[in-house]
Write a protein that binds this ligand. Structure first.
Ligand code: FEO
Ligand code: CA
Ligand code: CA
Ligand code: CA
Length: 674
């Protein structure tokens, strides 16, 4: 569908939904080159399509432990789950819900002051100055850096802004060419992006609260100066008129998920950065035309400029006609020192440039730091980065050279269940000057093009990838409604996948830095009662327990996996709100999911982050009241500032819904789900 058709299609009720639907048009050139034919030859396309594979073929495809033989399953029931809690009922309404016996308290909301000198929130009189000291919009990643038991710095990403529910009287802007956007509104949006770092304290009553008086509290925004580090630092492609050295960039944008390093710094992933860039050079159909740009191939592969925000109308650096290199300076992992507000954040180009969903870290058994990161685009890739040196006491600090030197790998999922991690190293294989990669800087900037050249496996939108115990990693593949039957491959087995799946990786030798491992599909998501969906769960999973569109995930101290979902406007297909689920990875209950928390209507669930010895769980409810509200029975229209589907969490008639962080604790104290 053409861009304009999607923008005006009533199915897409807000800009974010239209953006998601349009902007993920695959730019990967390798789609004719998948291994789908292998699977089709072996099992027959119709069988794969209809989810009707026999047990032997299914075992070969999805791994023996993904299926539990009925006899063995009978020995284990849902009551034997390692996650001890009574499952929540499923549904979707204007409030959030938590399993019985737990509290889920709102900790901080969009607009809440987070520094001592921040003004109180005044939703009718927003300013960039106030917003830059208040909690930002659309909280996604949540991390926690402990100072002492019961006290630490909360680190929260602010992914994007929804102008139609954020600003009074404005309405949706992509349909009008952003005619309502003023510089003042753009500057508020820029201040609402980035991240928030602030102290939180657990009181004697077991309740957490924000301490806005800690002088280390700060906002990181789309205007915060940051240092560029790694192979692309100072490269001519990183230079702009404002920064002729190519060493300093203003701001970070579309920070989706992230991670915490072993030394307690906060990693912010830059995801859909392309959407913020503008151009006035349009083709006959009104789409950006980059054909005259010297870096046209790279811009096309990254979707730059997206023109989903009006920033480039007021700030030349976001207009590629005026500042073509600025977009090369976004799409990285940013490191922030949560303890030192004067420490300039660092963009680590060694970790590559793509639509980084997250940056979850672990120390491999050989002592090196490993960071997993998905490129969240239909048919894009899964990456991991391995430091050159092992983690030592000396290099365990902010700005450590550890994050400057290492090897970035991209994943090839072979149909025999082996995963090969292909190194993105200049001079190796096709990554040579002959093929357009003059140095490692070109690989850092054009990571996608380099990964294309290596033949990585095009995936169903890789979201969070979480290292687990013993060399395991869990990869959330959220959905991919554009995969055709011809493009199916072993690791992405369903065409037109609306519900997503989760892959488990076991790195060789239990060592996360290994260049090889094995993989299998842990669950195929969606409703197991509908054969055409082709879902695969442990048979003990209840009607409330199955889910769709896994996005973020976490591993608690006990090594147990938790998954949060983002169905976007697709929740109408399941009738379920987004939420948090436990997902068993071991034993006879492997593949068994249980619902623990659910979002108010229109919101996606982010975080999750376990802290405080698993006694505290931080969750982020992003964009409450926005997505798919036309499917919300009784409401059935798009939300606006004046008329939202929910006014969560305040339920104040003068306040729109507010993205907020929720803190979950057990009533009476104790570890969660134990
Ligand atoms: Fe921002 Fe990939 O979700
Ligand atoms: Ca996400
Ligand atoms: Ca995670
Ligand atoms: Ca998502």
């Amino acid at each position: 569908m053409a861009r304009d058709e999607i923008i005006h299609d009533p199915e897409y009720g807000n800009k974010a939904e239209a953006f998601e639907a349009y902007d993920d048009i695959p730019t990967n050139p390798n789609l004719g080159n998948t291994i789908g034919d292998v699977i089709n030859e072996r099992y027959g396309r119709r069988e794969v399509l209809r989810g009707m594979l026999g047990v032997s073929a299914t075992t070969a495809l999805f791994g023996s432990s993904a299926l539990v033989a009925p006899k063995r399953a009978a020995a284990m029931t849902a009551a034997d789950s390692r996650y001890v809690f009574d499952e929540l009922a499923w549904g979707n309404d204007e409030r959030h819900h938590i399993a019985d016996g737990y509290n889920a308290d709102v900790l901080v909301r969009w607009g809440d002051p987070i520094t001592a000198d921040a003004p109180e929130f005044d939703v009718m009189n927003q300013t960039p100055e106030a917003q830059s000291k208040q909690f930002g919009y659309n909280n996604d990643y949540v991390g926690f850096a402990e100072i002492e038991p019961g006290r630490g710095m909360l680190c929260v990403n602010h992914e994007y802004t929804n102008e139609e529910v954020m600003f009074p009287g404005l309405g949706r802007q992509d349909r009008t060419g952003f005619e309502g956007m003023t510089k003042e509104l753009v500057d508020i949006e820029m201040a609402a992006h980035g991240g928030s770092v602030f102290e939180v304290v657990k009181g004697a009553d077991g309740k957490w609260s924000v301490n806005r008086d800690n002088p280390a509290n700060r906002r990181v925004t789309a205007n915060t100066p940051m240092t560029i580090d790694g192979p692309a630092a100072g490269h001519p492609r990183m230079r702009t008129s404002a920064d002729p050295a190519g060493m300093t960039v203003l701001g970070t944008i579309n920070n989706c998920a992230g991670g915490m390093t072993p030394w307690g710094t906060y990693l912010m992933a830059e995801e859909n950065f392309h959407g913020y860039f503008w151009s006035d050079t349009l083709d006959a159909e009104g789409r950006p035309d980059v054909s005259a740009q010297p870096e046209a191939d790279s811009m096309i592969r990254y979707g730059v400029p997206g023109r989903w925000y009006a920033w480039g109308k007021f700030h030349d650096r976001f207009n590629i006609d005026k500042e073509p290199n600025e977009s090369n300076r976004f799409g990285y992992i940013v490191e922030v020192d949560p303890m030192n507000p004067d420490a300039m954040p660092i963009k680590h180009t060694a970790l590559g440039r793509f639509r980084h969903e997250g940056a979850e870290t672990t120390i491999a058994s050989d002592g090196r730091l490993v960071i997993y990161s998905g490129d969240d685009n239909r048919f894009d890739y899964l990456y991991k980065w391995v430091s050159a040196d092992p983690v030592t006491e000396e290099n365990s600090r902010f700005g450590s050279e550890l994050l400057s030197e290492g090897t970035l790998y991209v994943a090839r999922f072979n149909p025999d269940g082996v995963i090969d991690w292909l190194p993105l190293v200049h001079g190796e294989g096709p990554l040579t000057a002959e093929n357009g990669f003059e140095s490692q800087a070109d690989i850092a900037i054009d990571t996608r093009l380099a990964a294309d050249a290596l033949g990585a496996t095009p995936m169903d939108r890789p979201e969070d990838a979480q290292p687990g115990p013993n060399g395991t990693a869990y990869v959330m593949l959220t959905n991919n409604n554009r995969r055709t039957p011809e493009q199916v491959n072993a690791a992405n087995p369903r065409p037109e996948s609306n519900f997503g799946h989760i892959i488990e990786i076991r790195e060789d030798g239990g060592n996360h830095s290994s260049p090889k491992g094995t993989w299998e599909i842990l669950v195929l998501c969606g409703d197991p009662a509908i054969a055409e969906v082709g879902a695969r769960w442990n048979p003990e999973t209840s009607e409330a327990g199955w889910f769709s569109s896994p996005d973020n995930c976490a591993i608690d101290d006990a090594g147990r996996l938790w998954v949060s979902t983002d169905q976007g406007s697709g929740w109408g297909r399941t009738g379920k709100s987004d939420g948090l689920y436990s997902l068993e990875t071991e034993g006879d209950l492997r593949g068994h999911a249980k619902l623990f928390f659910r979002c108010p209507v229109g919101g996606e669930l982010c975080g999750p982050y376990f802290a405080d010895n698993d006694e505290t769980l931080f969750l982020a409810v992003q964009h409450p009241g926005t997505d798919g509200t036309k499917d919300y029975p009784g409401f059935e229209r798009d939300s606006t500032f004046e008329d939202p589907a929910t006014r969560w969490p305040d339920f104040d008639p003068n306040m729109p819904p507010r993205p907020s962080v929720v803190v979950v604790t057990k009533q009476g104290g104790g570890k969660i789900a134990v």
